[in-house]
Design a protein around this ligand. Structure first.
Ligand SMILES: [Zn+2]
Length: 342
C-alpha cells in the first residue's frame, strides 16, 4: 500500500495539504482520545487504543514538525487568522487514569500539551464509566444470551460478545441516554454479575483521582475541562438535571484543579446530543471552548462553543491520521499524491 506517512510521500502529502491550505486556510485538527492502554482488553472497545499506536502518532507529529497547541491557544490563533500551518490539539475524554500513567509520559517525550475532560462524578471513585461497566459485565457473565428492553443479544462466543458490547452501548444511548448508569444496572442484573462493581487502580477502566490530577498539573502540559457528572446525553435531560450536569461538573473541575474551568466536552458529542439550553449554560458560565464529536477540521469561522473533533480509535491507520492533520479526506489525499507524482 502507498505509504504517505514516510519519506517523499509525506512531503507530497504536505504539498497537497499546503495547496488546499492556500485556498481554505490552515486547518486546526482536534483529536479526541479516551483511553491509552499497555495491554489489550479482553473485549476490545473503540475508545481504548494501544500505547504503541499513540506513541507512533505522537512521533509522527513530532517528526513532521506539526504544531501541537493547548486548546484555548489554538482557538485564539485560528480566530485571529494566525494559523499558517496545520495545527493539532490533543484531547482525552472521560478521565481515565491511564491518561496520566500511560499517555502523559509519551506526551512528555515531545512536550505536547493536552486537555483532559473529566466526568467528575466518577473522578476519585472506584466506579467505572457506564461503557466500561458493560465491557466488564460481558467479560464476567456466564450467560449465553441476555434480554434487555425487548432486545435479545447472543453471547455464545467472543465474537458475539464483541458485537454485543457495541450493540448494547448504542442501545443504552438510544433507550436510556439520560440515565445510562441505571440502564447498565438493569443489564448487569440480567447478566447475573455484580451491579456497578468497584475497579482496582490497576484496571484499564480505572478513573483518575485528585492526586493524579495534581501530578498531571505539575507536568505543565495538561489542563482539565468538564464533561458532565454522569455522562448522560444532554439533549435527553430536563432543565434541572441539565443544569446540574453542566454546572456541577464545571464546579468540580475547578475544585479538583484549583483553576478556572474554561472548556467543556459534550458526552457523545453529535449535534443531536446537545441543544441551545446547554450552549446557554456554557456561555453564561464563562466556558471559552466546547468540543463536539463532529469529524471535520476547524476553520476561522468554526463556532468555538461547537468545535469539531476527530475520534482516534484502534482502527485508525497512521495514514488516515496523517491525512486528517493535513485536512485532507484520505481518498482525496491519495488522489492528490498520485496526481503530483504524474
Ligand atoms: Zn465521554
Amino acid at each position: 500500500m502507498l505509504d504517505l506517512t514516510k519519506g517523499p510521500n509525506a512531503a507530497m502529502m504536505g504539498l497537497a495539504g499546503r495547496t488546499l491550505q492556500a485556498v481554505r486556510g490552515a486547518p486546526l485538527t482536534i483529536f479526541m482520545y479516551h483511553a491509552v492502554i499497555e495491554e489489550p482488553l479482553v473485549l476490545p472497545d473503540y475508545c481504548f487504543i494501544s500505547a504503541d499506536d499513540f506513541a507512533a502518532q505522537m512521533d509522527w507529529l513530532a517528526n513532521r514538525r506539526i504544531r501541537v497547541l493547548p486548546l484555548l491557544d489554538a482557538v485564539a490563533a485560528i480566530e485571529a487568522g494566525q494559523l499558517k500551518s496545520p495545527t493539532v490539539v490533543i484531547t482525552f475524554d472521560d478521565g481515565y487514569l491511564n491518561n496520566i500513567e500511560v499517555a502523559l509520559p509519551i506526551l512528555q517525550r515531545h512536550g505536547f500539551p493536552a486537555t483532559i475532560f473529566l466526568t467528575t462524578g466518577l473522578t476519585g471513585t472506584e466506579q467505572a464509566l457506564w461503557p466500561s461497566r458493560l465491557n466488564l459485565a460481558l467479560q464476567a457473565t456466564s450467560r449465553t444470551s441476555v434480554e434487555w428492553r425487548g432486545m435479545t443479544v447472543a453471547l455464545t462466543n467472543e465474537g458475539a460478545r464483541r458485537a454485543a458490547l457495541a450493540r448494547l452501548q448504542e442501545a443504552v444511548k438510544e433507550k436510556a441516554g439520560g440515565a445510562p448508569g441505571d440502564a447498565v444496572a438493569e443489564i448487569e442484573a440480567a447478566l447475573e454479575v455484580p451491579v456497578d462493581p468497584p475497579v482496582a487502580r490497576t484496571s484499564p477502566f480505572a478513573m483518575m483521582n485528585a492526586d493524579d490530577i495534581a501530578a498531571a498539573l505539575t507536568s505543565g502540559l495538561i489542563n482539565f475541562g468538564a464533561h458532565t457528572l454522569t455522562h448522560p446525553l444532554l439533549s435527553k435531560l430536563d432543565d434541572n438535571r441539565l443544569a446540574d450536569e453542566i454546572i456541577g461538573s464545571i464546579d468540580a473541575v475547578e475544585k479538583l484543579t484549583g483553576q478556572p474551568c474554561r472548556s467543556f466536552a459534550f458526552p457523545n458529542g453529535r449535534t443531536i446530543d446537545y441543544d441551545a439550553r446547554a450552549l446557554d449554560h456554557l456561555a453564561q458560565r464563562g466556558i471559552e471552548a466546547t468540543v463536539t464529536t463532529v469529524s471535520a477540521p476547524n476553520r476561522k469561522d468554526t463556532d468555538r462553543l461547537q468545535l469539531h473533533r476527530h475520534g482516534v480509535g484502534p482502527e485508525m491507520s497512521l495514514l488516515r491520521y496523517a491525512a486528517t492533520v493535513y485536512g485532507l479526506p484520505l481518498d482525496a489525499a491519495v488522489g492528490a499524491v498520485r496526481r503530483l507524482r504524474g
